[in-house]
Ligand binder design. Structure first.
Ligand code: MF3
Ligand code: CO
Ligand code: CO
Length: 269
C-alpha cells in the first residue's frame, strides 16, 4: 500500500478530529496533579470525548494483529514507561513525568497527539529530558515540506537527542493516519536524511519521538501493552499529527493550550 494523499475535503474533516484530540489534552491538564490516578484521568478524558465532543476514543478495544484489545481510552505512561501505559489505580506523585496520549475518531477520521506533563516539581534531569524531547518533535516538524525525504525528520530528531546525551527508541515510530489509526508511512525518529520516500502535499502523519535518558533498549510488560526502558531510565514523548502542505507543514493537532514551538525553531509556512 502506498502513502495515501488526502483531498482538501478529507483534510477539512481531519482538522476537526485533530483539534479535538488537542482539546482533550487542554481539558485534562489541570487534573494532572499529585494524588490523581491514571484510571481517573482515563475516565475524565473518556467522558469528555464521548459526552462533550461526540468522539470515539480510538484506543478503546484497539487490537492490531498480535495484540489483545487495548482496555482503556487513553495511554498514560509514567517515568520509565515509554508508551502504551494502561491507566490504573496508581496515584501520580510529585516528581513524576507522565505522557498522556489521546487519539480521537470524529466522522471516521483520526487525530493523534500526546504531551508529557510534569507532576509538581520534577528533577533537573526530568525537566531537561521533557524539554529536549519537545524540541526533538518540533525539529522533526521543521523538516517537513514537499520534496524532502521522510528520513530528514528522524535524522534531525536523532541528532538533537543524542547531542544531549539521550537515546531514541527504535521499535516505535510515527505513522500515517486518516481513516485508519495506523497506516503508511512509518516515520522513524532516527536515521539518514536521504532515506525514505519524498514528502508530497496531502500526506498526513504523526511525529512522536520517544526519547530515553539512558539506553535506547525497551521491554514489554506482561500486560502485553506497556513498554518500559530496559535500564529503567526516564522516557519522554511528544506527538503531533501533521500534514504536508504545498510549501511546508500544517500542525493539525494544535489547540488553544498546545505548548508552543520553541522560538529558535523555524517551521516551514
Ligand atoms: N496513540 C498511540 C500512537 O501514537 C497508539 C496507541 S495504541 C493503543 O500511535 F492501543 F495503545 F492505544
Ligand atoms: Co501516534
Ligand atoms: Co498517539
Amino acid at each position: 500500500m502506498a502513502i495515501s494523499i488526502k483531498t482538501a475535503q478529507d483534510i477539512a474533516e481531519m482538522r476537526t478530529a485533530c483539534r479535538l484530540a488537542g482539546e482533550v489534552l487542554d481539558y485534562i491538564a489541570p487534573f494532572v496533579k499529585p494524588g490523581v490516578t491514571t484510571a481517573e484521568l482515563d475516565r475524565i478524558c473518556h467522558d469528555y470525548m464521548v459526552n462533550v465532543q461526540g468522539c470515539i476514543p480510538a484506543p478503546l478495544d484497539y487490537a492490531p494483529s498480535g495484540y489483545t484489545p487495548y482496555p482503556k481510552s487513553i495511554c498514560a505512561s509514567i517515568n520509565h514507561q515509554v508508551c502504551h501505559g494502561i491507566p490504573n489505580d496508581r496515584a501520580l506523585k510529585k516528581g513524576d513525568i507522565v505522557n498522556l496520549d489521546i487519539t480521537t475518531i470524529k466522522d471516521g477520521w483520526h487525530g493523534d497527539t500526546s504531551r508529557t506533563f510534569c507532576v509538581g516539581e520534577i528533577s533537573i534531569l526530568a525537566r531537561r529530558l521533557v524539554s529536549i524531547t519537545h524540541e526533538c518533535m518540533w525539529l522533526g516538524i521543521a523538516q517537513v515540506r514537499p520534496g524532502v525525504h521522510l528520513g530528514a525528520i528522524g535524522a534531525a530528531i536523532q541528532k538533537h537527542a543524542e547531542s544531549a546525551g539521550f537515546s531514541v527508541v527504535r521499535e516505535f515510530c510515527g505513522h500515517g493516519i486518516g481513516r485508519n489509526f495506523h497506516e503508511e508511512p512509518q516515520v522513524l525518529h532516527y536515521g539518514k536524511a536521504s532515506d525514505g520516500p519524498l514528502l508530497a502535499p496531502g500526506m498526513v502523519f504523526t511525529i512522536e519521538p520517544m526519547i530515553n535518558a539512558g539506553k535506547a533498549a525497551i521491554s514489554e510488560l506482561p500486560d502485553g501493552w506497556t513498554i518500559v526502558t530496559k535500564d529503567h531510565s526516564l522516557s519522554a514523548q511528544w506527538e503531533h499529527t501533521i500534514r504536508v502542505t504545498e510549501t511546508g507543514v500544517e500542525v493539525m493537532t494544535i489547540s488553544a493550550g498546545t505548548p508552543p514551538c520553541p522560538s529558535h525553531i523555524r517551521i516551514n509556512p
